[in-house]
Design a protein around this ligand. Structure first.
Ligand code: NAD
Length: 371
């Protein structure tokens, strides 16, 4: 095992999260050599240098194209706004680097297909930032399903709500530009679909509706700019296994901070989970006498790997950034040629095709088959 050389493009919300993961993966897991933080790229040389000093990268550049061809870089973290993902990931793959690209994979199905083709041609690992699937509690839900604890699942409901775009007077940002994609569908919908993917597999068909809660937003320069994306999306879904479901998404949902509410209803019970209480699973099994039936709470602990790598005590809780550290370990596993719990471009393309079907249904009406 070698010390991987890391290139990081972007140092915002997700760039910091990747940087923390690359810094922590060796001490947390204890079974991988510490990655070398080689090169960091930002929009300007000045910002890149400031961030490289803060985070601890050896070199900095204001030109991401020099990072992806740098011989010291083995893996490129792409954590820039959505519109950059395709160009950056493809350039990195063509330069022979492994890629860890934030979701959504791309802002159009054509770009996502180009990314998949580049990944196949390169033979490198091309993984996506679907950190929520890494929660030990999601792995526990998968185990409960495998053990048939709630019977055949007939109905799945996923809601993802946050309020970072709830205030109509907040400034226009790249998230409201059409260049970033459809809006809630590829910002949140892809996360919901990543959970469906690891718990159940694919989606067969969808029937969607999207909405813009606010027509425009103020700009930094003064005046207002029309909002081009849809911050609300509601979609009926039918899974490949026949279960029916709903995915409801809202980036302007006052009061909701990080809600990913999952409800799974089966023939023998139900499972409920919410990312706002990410260390808990609610399990209901229709067993015993009816008078004592009810949901019970299972708290995450070292019996739910890899929680044990972080904390020896149960119920103390992992956090959002820890999921990225777990994802980072899975990525390294995959680079080493082992099987890994990871959504790569090969699977990510199915999520992109589902999002595209959701958008087409929302605009054209009616049910749309996922290609
Ligand atoms: P952000 O605006 O906080 O950060 C983006 C960074 O990219 C900024 O530091 C910006 O300066 C930099 N950047 C812009 N243009 C650049 C260029 N040409 N070269 C180098 N750097 C450049 O955005 P964010 O919230 O971190 O989102 C980034 C990506 O992460 C998005 O695709 C988003 O969907 C994804 N994301 C994923 C999760 C998750 O849970 N996996 C959460 C939030 C965001």
């Amino acid at each position: 095992m070698t010390h991987l050389g890391i290139g990081l493009i972007g140092t915002g919300y997700m760039g910091k999260c990747h940087a923390l993961a690359w810094n922590a993966v060796a001490p947390v897991f204890g079974d991988v050599p510490r990655p070398r933080l080689a090169v960091l790229a930002e929009a300007t040389q000045e910002l890149a240098e400031k961030k490289a000093r803060e985070i601890g990268f050896e070199r900095a550049t204001g030109d991401w194209r020099t990072l992806v061809t740098d011989p010291a870089v083995d893996v490129v973290s792409v954590t820039t706004p959505n519109a950059f993902h395709a160009d950056m990931a493809i350039a990195a793959l063509e330069a022979g680097k492994h890629v860890w690209c934030e979701k959504p994979m791309a802002t159009s199905p054509a770009d996502a297909e180009r990314m998949l083709a580049a990944a196949r041609a390169s033979g490198r690992v091309a993984a996506l930032g679907y950190n929520y699937i890494q929660n030990p509690v999601i792995r526990l839900i998968r185990r409960l399903l495998d053990e048939d604890r709630i019977g055949t699942v007939n109905h799945v409901r996923l809601e993802m709500d946050e309020d970072f775009m709830a205030d109509p007077e907040d400034l226009f940002s790249w998230k409201s530009e059409a260049t970033s994609g459809y809006g809630a569908l590829d910002d949140f919908g892809v996360h919901a679909l990543s959970l469906i993917r690891v718990l159940f597999g694919g989606v067969r068909r969808v029937c969607g509706h999207t909405a813009k809660p606010y027509a425009d937003r103020p700009t930094r320069e003064g005046g207002r700019r029309a909002v081009e994306t849809y911050d609300i999306a509601t979609t009926l879904i039918e899974l490949e296994n026949g279960a029916s479901g709903v995915i409801a998404l809202n980036r302007s949902a006052w009061g909701r901070k990080g809600r990913i509410a999952v409800q799974l209803f089966g023939a023998k019970g139900a499972i409920a989970y919410d990312q706002e209480r990410m260390n808990e699973v609610q399990l209901y099994t229709a067993e015993g006498i009816r008078e004592t039936q009810g949901f019970r709470t299972i708290l995450a602990g070292p019996q739910h790997p890899p929680y044990d790598r972080f904390i020896p005590a149960p119920g103390h809780g992992l956090g959002f950034n820890d999921l990225k550290i777990i994802e980072c370990r899975e990525l390294i596993r995959r680079i080493e040629g082992e099987a890994a719990h990871l959504i790569e471009f090969e699977d990510g393309i199915r999520i992109e095709r589902t999002v595209d079907a959701m958008a087409r249904s929302a605009h054209g009406g009616g049910w749309v088959e996922v290609s």
